[in-house]
Ligand binder design. Structure first.
Ligand SMILES: Cc1cc2nc3c(=O)[nH]c(=O)nc-3n(C[C@H](O)[C@H](O)[C@H](O)COP(=O)(O)OP(=O)(O)OC[C@H]3O[C@@H](n4cnc5c(N)ncnc54)[C@H](O)[C@@H]3O)c2cc1C
Length: 302
């Protein structure tokens, strides 16, 4: 019986692993290798790295720190979570584990433009031609020519947000026609954001730009932000019966406990600012609450 099983080894899961291992608790850390942080070519808003830090390097350093205190990342996808009288049953493809508490740090997955192949996607991302997080890297597109691929309330809000960095913003619909409410339409016009219909396709890197076809012909941009939403990896929480919001984020209290006692969640999978700092902060709170929750069940003494 483990004290805690952490599902997910992104910034949230790894921070929790560092804290829990340093509390001398017996933990397991399962991960299926899809951290959003691994997509970050260079983060410039993560405090403590004035020259910026690559996402994979950050993850590696956090894992090294967790390993120093005895935590081990196991490359496994968790497919089953169930609460029983003693705690939790956690299932992977090939084995079943038991734990007194569980932390879900399973993150979200950004939806990609459908018409873009994987190699092009990865190269455009690495070169900053494709970006997913204006809160993270809007500063880097200051005064550049930028496209937002999206429509509706979400697309409009993203384009308006990026408008604070550049005058040259085009909101391109992934569909044949934009789908705007009157209020969206007014906001887009007031902000002088160009609205272009789709469909979109034939993505290619041309010089220092990302180019693609639209209803108004081929267009090129210094950076493109897909605003196509994301898939929340909260399926294990749902399976265990924990409450989730309408859009699928796990609901927690201030100390990151879900509606199921002993089941905690942290990071992007919980509603909030989808940022590394937030994921780490939540994980620190969750790990300490887990420690206190276990200590209430039986004294933690050496
Ligand atoms: C292109 C890009 C740039 C970004 N830039 C920045 C930036 O500059 N600054 C910043 O603060 N944030 C940035 N972010 C956001 C940041 O990456 C996320 O906020 C952060 O990674 C969230 O951490 P997390 O641990 O909650 O989730 P994740 O990092 O996504 O980790 C979740 C982990 O859980 C694993 N997992 C999920 N389900 C299972 C399962 N069933 N079994 C096993 N494992 C599972 C996944 O494989 C993954 O490894 C950026 C994001 C993107 C996409």
């Amino acid at each position: 019986m483990d004290d805690c099983i952490i599902v997910g080894a992104g910034p949230a899961g790894l921070t929790a692993a560092i804290y829990l291992a340093r509390y001398h608790l017996d933990i397991r850390l399962f991960d299926d290798g899809q951290s959003r942080a691994a997509w970050i070519p260079e983060s410039h808003n993560h405090a403590g790295f004035p020259e910026g830090i690559n996402g994979k390097v950050l993850l590696r350093r956090m894992l090294e720190q967790a390993e120093k205190y005895g935590a081990q990342r196991e490359e496994k996808r968790v497919i089953h979570l169930e609460r029983n009288a003693d705690g939790f049953i956690v299932g992977t493809d090939d084995a079943t584990y038991r734990a007194r508490s569980v932390l879900l740090a399973t993150g979200v997955v950004n939806r990609r433009p459908e018409a873009m192949d994987d190699d092009l996607h990865d190269e455009a991302l690495a070169r900053g031609l494709l970006r997913y997080c204006p809160v993270c890297d809007g500063y880097e597109v200051t005064d550049k020519k930028v496209a937002v691929i999206g429509t509706g309330t979400h697309g409009c809000a993203e384009a308006e947000f990026i408008r604070t960095y550049s005058r040259d913003i085009t909101l391109v619909s992934p569909l044949p026609k934009h789908d705007f409410s009157d209020s969206c339409d007014r906001k887009v016009r007031a902000a002088e954001i160009a609205a272009v219909d789709g469909p979109i396709g034939n993505f290619a890197i041309e010089g220092e730009c990302l180019a693609f076809d639209t209803a108004e012909g081929r267009m090129k941009f210094d950076s493109v932000y897909p605003a196509l939403g994301s898939d929340i990896r909260s399926e294990l929480a749902v399976q265990a019966g924990a409450e989730c919001s309408k859009d699928g984020c796990i609901e927690t209290g201030d100390h990151l406990e879900t509606s199921i006692p002993g089941l905690f969640a942290a990071g992007d999978v919980v509603i909030g600012l989808d940022q590394i700092s937030h994921a780490m902060g939540q994980a620190g709170v969750a790990a300490t609450t887990i420690r206190n929750h276990l200590a209430e069940q039986q004294p933690l003494r050496r």
